[in-house]
Design a binder for this molecule. Structure first.
Ligand code: AHM
Ligand code: MG
Length: 335
């Protein structure tokens, strides 16, 4: 791989290939990356920057907001409002969509994000991240409505996340494989550090919040029980478990070395499909995983084919190494 390719150069070169990244989309991705750099700085300062702890507010999901949830949300909005590449934004932290103010030109893209995923890890200095998904505004209409955002994940034109961990790393797809960039703080830019990330089809590592076991549906219990039986059980091998409670970090591990991640439906709130949000958590992560050769379902159907009914819709998530996700999905068919 050539050395020292910045995100900017990578995007320009991608744009030259069949105009794969139109100019507005390139600008959008650069702006999101710039916003992630600011969020990364705020995260790094921690207590010194007065950014830890809880704010006085709740978001639309009824969750108490952390100061950093709000800061990250504002950074992303302010960075993206004026460039002329966006028509509107939607976020986990905002009840409804945020239109680009009239004083700025309107672009053709819609941006969705979870500004700070893994909020419960902020105050304990464990990796957290920003997840984003980009859609095109439907053609031939003036203005933007919330319903314009309700497109299946297979309509995404770009998706990615930035993880704030020991390194700050941006992982991106525009539908042609997955590329990874590491923030070089001296240069102040994201540098390409890996291309064509690939998830192995088999794994010995699963990721699920085991404390919810008593609430799971039978196919999930069966799958995990079989893993726990180890090499003397039906799977014939020992499994390891990891659960970081930041989806962005758990999925990053899977992109790096394989594994299966699950946040399944459970019976505590049967009307909700699960905890995670379809449009700005499951869809972008599912596309990245598929682009890396993995698979993502809600236990029954491909996540990217689900037609969203509302902006903050929740979904059960099973994603990662293909053969394992296929197995869990098969168990849902037979139980
Ligand atoms: P958040 O977006 O409010 O941070 O919530 C989503 C997070 C995911 O990152 C993670 O996989 C999950 O919630 C952890 O949930 P739990 O605390 O139930 O294990
Ligand atoms: Mg989240």
């Amino acid at each position: 791989m050539p050395q020292n390719i910045s995100l900017t150069r990578y995007l320009v070169e991608q744009q030259r290939i069949d105009d794969k990244i139109p100019a507005q989309l390139r600008l959008l991705l650069e702006v999101v990356a710039r916003a992630c750099k600011s969020i990364s700085q705020a995260v790094n300062k921690g207590a010194l920057g007065g950014v830890l702890g809880t704010a006085e507010s709740e978001n639309v999901q009824g969750e108490i907001q952390k100061k950093l949830d709000i800061i990250a949300n504002e950074v992303l909005i302010e960075a993206n409002e004026w460039g002329g590449h966006l028509a509107a934004m939607a976020s986990e932290e905002m009840d409804t969509i945020h239109l680009v103010p009239n004083r700025y030109p309107q672009g053709e893209y819609l941006l969705l994000f979870d500004p700070l995923d893994g909020s419960s890890n902020i105050d304990v200095n464990v990796s957290i991240g920003t997840i984003f998904s980009v859609l095109k505004k439907p053609e031939g209409q003036a203005g933007v409505q919330e319903s314009d955002f309700l497109q299946a994940g297979n309509k995404q034109v770009a998706a990615g996340y930035c993880i704030y961990g020991p390194q700050t790393t941006l992982v991106l797809t525009v539908g042609d494989g997955v590329a990874m960039f590491t923030l070089d703080r001296e240069q102040g830019s994201f540098i390409l550090t890996e291309e064509n990330l690939t998830i192995p089809a088999d794994t010995k590592e699963f990721s699920i919040n085991m404390s919810n076991k008593r609430h799971w549906a039978p196919p999930v219990t069966r799958y995990i029980d079989e893993c726990l039986e180890g090499k003397d059980g039906p799977r014939g091998k020992d499994f390891n478990m990891r659960w970081i409670a930041s989806m962005v970090t758990d999925v990053h591990r899977i992109l790096m070395r394989g594994g299966i991640f699950m946040y399944p439906w459970d019976k505590r709130e049967p009307e909700k499909a699960g905890k995670l949000r379809l449009m700005y958590e499951a869809n972008p992560m599912s596309w990245l995983v598929e682009q890396a050769g993995g698979m993502a379902t809600n236990g029954r159907q491909r996540i990217l084919d689900l037609e969203p009914g509302k902006l903050h819709e929740r979904v059960a998530v099973v994603l990662g190494s293909k053969n394992e996700v296929e197995r869990v999905t098969r168990y849902h068919d037979t139980l």
